[in-house]
Design a protein around this ligand. Structure first.
Ligand code: TYD
Ligand code: MG
Length: 454
């Protein structure tokens, strides 16, 4: 592309633009907010230099003349992946798959490419991080035939798009957005300006051509600046791949989806032959459970539209000197602090001299307040060193007064519990349900301890 565009440096705080980069925005005075952006001839010449109607713009259309769903979704037959996307890949959509390095993003997308190729859907796997040989080595481990997948070792956006057109790809996978750059900006690959501009162009390319684009974006624990977070607003669908790298389960969560429901999760198991969808997540999460251990409680969590049973483990242990530790894995640290304070004040359970550890097993991350009652039950059980009934699930939101509140979709949670053989559910006294699972009403956290098995 010979045409050289002009770029400006825009302040991410106040939006003012500057001809040159500076450490501090002159308008609002905030440091480190200037990001390079392309401006200029693009809007006149049209996208990618094609003659366009930019000067006049498209015509407005009546909604009843628009044909719905002109292009059917592509199915990868990796069921959990299709499910999280809302029923398969939508042609012309931009999907971001974020996650920490090593979690399995490249593996997932290579499997996805292999499945699509097997059905005759042309794909292009752009590998900016690994050589073709490395991708081949990964492909050999997978329990599927990835032989037909075309791999492009390229980081320059202009040639990625040219190649995608040349091979007539219907799905392109860009691994990763942090290694991709465009000639039109001066910054190094991975900086905010490059990442945003590349993603924006891939989005336009997707919309114009009907090609689906899947972008890998790394997230690091420290939270890199140019991570997928800065791109969420422009993508159609944003998925995060989570889990403990050490454990086998990987959870794919939709945090944004223009073509499906959000907060939907898909569960995979990482094996020696790649990722395998887990058909029955509840059973998988409960498989390693010791039913008679104090501090273990099962909750029925609603992940998107699907109820999933997970185990919450708590351990309270007398602390040494200094401030006791509070460590939560898979649960918000501040939520744990609130629940401990509620138990201390409203149920007279003493945690102030205890180190407290809470863990959600299987690498799940619970965001719903419905898990409160199970957390409180697990904490009390550990402190009192008495196990909870093995056939019980717990769900309900706990208020600051210690009251237990009902949560949504009680029926769906109960039926999942019943399916897995649970016979009792501890729920808010204000829940009204009809189910074969016997419900035990809990009005207040102080009532909980009386219900424990002896
Ligand atoms: P990878 O897809 O490279 O992660 P990302 O692209 O998110 O950085 O995969 C990471 C890990 O998965 C790596 O440590 C090796 C492991 N793995 C398996 O356990 N089994 C397999 O079949 C494959 C391909 C990878
Ligand atoms: Mg990778």
């Amino acid at each position: 592309m010979a045409r050289k565009t002009r770029s400006v440096f825009r302040c991410a705080e106040c939006g003012s633009d500057h001809p040159k980069w500076a450490g501090r925005c002159e308008s609002c005075g905030v440091w480190n907010t200037l990001v390079e952006e392309v401006v200029g001839p693009r809007s006149q010449t049209g996208r990618f230099g094609t003659p366009s109607v930019a000067a006049v713009g498209p015509e407005a259309v009546r909604l009843d003349t628009v044909l719905p769903d002109a292009m059917p979704r592509l199915h990868t037959d990796l069921n959990e992946f299709d499910f999280v996307l809302g029923g398969g890949i939508v042609p012309g959509s931009l999907v971001i798959i974020g996650g920490e390095p090593g979690i399995g993003k490249s593996t997932l997308l290579l499997q996805c490419a292999a499945r699509l190729e097997a059905q005759g859907v042309a794909t292009l796997y752009v590998s900016g991080e690994e050589s073709v040989e490395q991708v081949r080595l990964r492909a050999d481990r997978l329990g599927e035939d990835a032989g037909g997948v075309r791999v492009l070792p390229e980081v320059r956006l202009e040639s990625v798009i040219a190649r995608a057109k040349a091979v007539d790809a219907r799905v392109i996978i860009v691994d990763s957005i942090q290694t991709t750059y465009t000639d039109e900006l001066e910054g190094a690959p991975g900086n905010v300006g490059q990442v945003r501009e590349c993603a924006a162009r891939l989005m336009r390319f997707a919309k114009e051509s009907g090609v689906a684009v899947m972008l890998v974006g790394h997230v690091t624990r420290g939270g890199v600046i140019a991570g997928p977070k800065t791109l969420e607003h422009m993508a159609d669908t944003v998925l995060y791949f989570e889990g403990e790298s050490a454990g086998d389960f990987r959870i794919l969560r939709a945090v944004k989806n223009r073509f499906g429901s959000v907060d939907e999760v898909g569960v995979f198991e990482m094996s020696a032959s790649g990722l395998h969808p887990v058909a029955n997540p509840s059973a998988a999460f409960l498989s390693g459970r010791d039913e008679h251990a104090p501090g273990s409680a099962i909750t029925a969590s609603l992940e998107g539209t699907r109820p999933v049973l997970v185990e919450i483990q708590a351990l309270a242990s007398r602390s040494g000197y200094g401030t006791p530790q509070r460590v939560a894995t898979g649960l918000d640290q501040r939520r744990l602090a609130v629940l401990l304070a509620v138990l201390e004040r409203r149920a007279q359970l003493r945690f102030h001299d205890q180190d407290v550890f809470v863990n959600v097993t299987g690498g799940m991350r619970l965001v719903e307040p419905a898990a409160d009652l199970a957390v409180v039950a697990a904490l009390s059980s550990s402190l009192l060193d008495r196990p909870l009934p093995a056939d019980a699930v717990f769900f309900g939101e706990v208020g600051l007064g210690g009251e237990v509140r009902p949560v949504s979709s009680t029926e769906r949670r109960l039926s999942e519990a019943q399916r897995l053989g649970f016979r009792r559910a501890f729920v808010s006294a204000r829940s009204t349900t009809q189910s074969n699972v016997r419900t035990v009403s809990i009005a207040h956290v102080a009532d909980l301890a009386q219900q424990f098995a002896t």
